[in-house]
Design a protein around this ligand. Structure first.
Ligand SMILES: [Zn+2]
Length: 87
């Protein structure tokens, strides 16, 4: 896929585990798709991904499994739309 940062072909999607918040408010989200580019070595989340993360955070109690640390699995969504870029 084409990198939205530098415009070159060759960007890849990686799925990573990310953590948000800290200590008692910690939320871990698994399988978050991150676009990474071998050319400019930048990585970013798509607008859809960011939106989904916000939704998971808002509904963390229902998304998170019963676990000492809340863990939510990211829903595998389409990454076709990449209008907004946030590093
Ligand atoms: Zn790039």
């Amino acid at each position: 896929m084409i990198c939205d940062i530098c415009g070159q072909e060759g960007a890849n999607i990686r799925h990573v585990t990310r953590s948000y918040g800290k200590k008692t408010n910690l939320l871990i989200i698994e399988n978050v798709p991150v676009i990474s580019c071998p050319h400019c070595r930048d990585s970013y989340l798509t607008a859809d991904t960011l939106h989904e993360i916000e939704r998971i955070k808002l509904h963390r109690k229902s998304f998170a499994k019963k676990h000492p640390i809340p863990v939510a699995a990211f829903r595998d969504i389409s990454t076709k739309h990449q209008d907004v870029l946030i590093g």
